[in-house]
Ligand binder design. Sequence first.
Ligand SMILES: NC(=O)c1ccc[n+]([C@@H]2O[C@H](COP(=O)([O-])OP(=O)(O)OC[C@H]3O[C@@H](n4cnc5c(N)ncnc54)[C@H](OP(=O)(O)O)[C@@H]3O)[C@@H](O)[C@H]2O)c1
Length: 313
Amino acid sequence: MLRLVERPDPVPGPGEVLVEVAAAGVNRPDVLQRLGSYPPPPGASDLPGLEVAGHVASVGPGVTTLRPGDAVCGLVSGGGYASRCVVPVPQCLPVPAGLDLVAAAAMPETFFTVWTNVFERGGLKAGETALFHGGTSGIGTTAIQLAVARGARALATAGSEEKCQACMALGAVHAINYRTTDFVAAVHAQTAGRGVDLILDIMGGSYVPRNLAALAVDGRLVQIGLLEGEPVASVDLRRILGRRLTLTGSTLRARTVEEKGRIADALRREVWPLVAAGRVKPLVAATFPLAEAAAAHRLMESSAHVGKIVLIP
Ligand SMILES: NC(=O)c1ccc[n+]([C@@H]2O[C@H](COP(=O)([O-])OP(=O)(O)OC[C@H]3O[C@@H](n4cnc5c(N)ncnc54)[C@H](OP(=O)(O)O)[C@@H]3O)[C@@H](O)[C@H]2O)c1
């Protein structure tokens, strides 16, 4: 259960800032944490919440690049569902030009995740084609827009016709209703039998062999979620050898501040200009008062949302 509690303000350590939280993003991993299957890593706050936006309230020892009053959004490994939250400076980014703090709070978790998995790990290049499962998820809406803005073709799967329309409005060339259509056949129809160069998968389990069947020669399958609930999959290794496939995956939360800082630098350089130019933007489906975080989780678990859900302390 989620319930509101009073805690002392967290204190920023060396290299950290205390942020007066204006808005905090909700992510599926928060739901998994609430259910007990995604515990916070050692040293992280036991409060949920992986991303915040707000103004710097105070700075820790040695911090010279941010000052009280600066508007930031930041990635955290916990503690975001709060009125005050400590964020390591390397994981802070400026609020992109033209966005308010609610929209900015909806960015760090999915933008860090999509950048490092689709473009770094998966190496998606302009001219290639990618398939994003869960196209209307926070992750999916970010991935479609970023892939298209960087010159790739995006295909997506989603669970209804309305959600498929939403994927196409974000720039996907085609969206597949997985409840009515076999996505492997649809991918081959859309790519003249070639397959896609990259798949970002949040399902795992029975999706793994089907993903491998939908990849082009030299294709990459990047696993970032296991929503089907089955961590073990059966893989025909002949397919990997014969078509030179790469099967990889990652989690963001357990990485070091230095690694997350390196991703933040890449986002600042490669992605924030696209956001400032209006070519990519976070899609905020709903906001809730922090005290109604349970209702926010209920909406997320219903999967009725398109994009992100945000809490306002
Ligand atoms: N590895 C990492 O670093 C990392 C970081 C962040 C998030 N993630 C993962 O990325 C995934 C998406 O996260 P998010 O915050 O974007 O979530 P989200 O907005 O809640 O979206 C999840 C979507 O998955 C689809 N879905 C399909 N089958 C599902 C099922 N059996 N149960 C629940 N949903 C199902 C739903 O859309 P339909 O209606 O179309 O089915 C739903 O909207 C999660 O698996 C999360 O754990 C991984």
